[in-house]
Structure formats: C-alpha cells, structure tokens
Design a protein. Structure first.
Length: 258
C-alpha cells in the first residue's frame, strides 16, 4: 500500500492521470497492491520517484542505442576532454568541466567510451538525473563524479543494495549471477541490468533481453562441464529517491513539470 503524509492513499485517485499501459501506472499498481507499506511525505515525492524510475528506463534505451562499447576495466576508454581514465579503469571527471556536459557527452560521443555493465548502470542513473534536474542543481550536487562501480558512487546519489525486497519495480537495477563462470572470461561472472518494466532488461554487453535470455547468454561462459546455471538474484540497487526528490523540490521551481 501507499502511505502519503500518514494516510493510506486510494490508488484510483491518482492512477487516472497515467496511461493504462504506461510504466508509471504499473509502478503505482505494484506499490498499492503490495502488503508492504511504502511511505512518502507528499504526492510530489511519489511523483518524483515515478518520473525518475521512468527516466532510468528511457535512458537505458538511449544507452542501448548508442555506440557505447563493452570493455573490461583494463581496456576501458573515455573522452579525455571530460574524463581522466584512472589506473583502475574508471572515469574521473576533469576539473573545470561541467558534470552535466560530461555525462551527456557519453550519450552523444558514445563511440569514444567503453566500459563494463556496472559502470553502464551508473551512467544510466546520472544520465536520467541530468535530464530531470536543473543544470545548476546537477552540477552542484555531482561535482566530483567518478564512474566505475557501486563502491565509488557519489553519496548524493545514495544508491543502496536491497536484498529480499517484497517488490521489484521497473527502474530497479537487478543482478544476474554466473557462479560457475569460466576464469578466462571473468567479465561474464554476472550482469547488472535495469528492469524495463515489460519483462525485459537492459544489460550493457548483452543488450535488451528477457531474464531467460540473459541467463542463457551467461551460461555460455561457464566452466566446461558445469551444470550450475546463472540466475537472477534477489537483490535490487536503487537510488535514494526521497532524498533526490527533496533536493529537486528545494532547488527547482515548484511549477516545473516532471
């Protein structure tokens, strides 16, 4: 159920504004039908989460259609005008460049970039926020971006790993694990993938596939003779939607549509 400002919300009062087949409506239906209580301070806070989750999905499609290359950290590449490639294979934002411009460059000049699946999901998160936040707010919050994996995320993004959640939602980042990966191809030990809300997932290097197709692709990179299949884990990576919503409404005109 959805609880807004201490009161259980009747979903019928808010779903009418969303198309029946739209992803925002699907998220609302999952939240409202759940036995878990989802708490929001205001309708605006809920609407922000719906909008950012949808934007995560839209941005996943954009990155999939781009020319972003799949590379291991050892072979990663980036546009040196905006980013410095570190010895670890991550991309550190250069001083003096606008974070919003640097993130957007990945989508515009994507053939100059190559990285693996976890970094691609991080790029999705930043890319979605760069579209929703005013440029000044984005640049102030994310002035020292380091694109690599979950360990190096900006605290203002607030991405957390949740296990055994009661509901998995469109826009979540899920993880497919390949426990018997061939040690010669460690990059296929798993796949970080965005739930697109239609039974499909976006994972960089694998593309847009169903869960069964991703598992099948990972199984091709197991130790010879293995009978242990890859599988979708019970985890979900999510940004701190409430914190990000509060920053949005504190710094952006209340009349701006999201």
């Amino acid at each position: 159920m959805i609880v807004i400002a201490g009161s259980v919300t009747d979903i019928n009062s808010i779903t009418e504004q969303y198309p029946q087949t739209g992803v925002k409506r699907k998220i609302l239906e999952i939240l409202s039908s759940s036995s878990e209580a989802y708490y929001y301070d205001s309708h605006k806070q809920l609407e922000f989460e719906l909008s950012l989750r949808k934007k995560n999905i839209d941005t996943s499609y954009q990155l999939h259609k781009s020319g972003l290359l799949f590379r291991t950290f050892r072979e990663s590449i980036c546009n040196p005008y905006y980013w410095t490639r570190t010895d670890e294979g991550g991309f550190l934002l250069n001083r003096g460049v606008r974070p919003s411009a640097a993130v957007r460059d990945i989508f515009v000049n994507s053939s100059q970039y190559g990285t693996e699946c976890a970094t691609a999901i991080v790029i999705v998160y930043y890319g979605a926020l760069a579209d929703i936040y005013a440029e000044e707010l984005f640049n102030n919050l994310f002035s020292d971006i380091y694109l690599m994996d979950w360990m190096y995320l900006d605290s203002d993004l607030g991405v957390n790993l949740y296990r055994d959640v009661p509901d998995y939602l469109p826009g979540d980042c899920r993880y497919f694990k390949n426990p018997d990966v061939n040690p010669l191809t460690p990059q296929w030990q798993g796949e970080n993938a965005v739930d697109l809300g239609n039974g499909m997932y976006y994972g960089h290097g694998i593309g847009i596939r169903s869960a069964e197709q991703i598992i099948s692709a990972l199984n091709k990179h197991r130790v010879k003779g293995s009978s242990i299949s890859a599988y979708l884990t019970n985890t979900a990576n999510r940004p701190d939607y409430k914190y990000l919503a509060n920053r949005y409404y504190n710094r952006v005109y209340y009349s701006q549509s999201i």
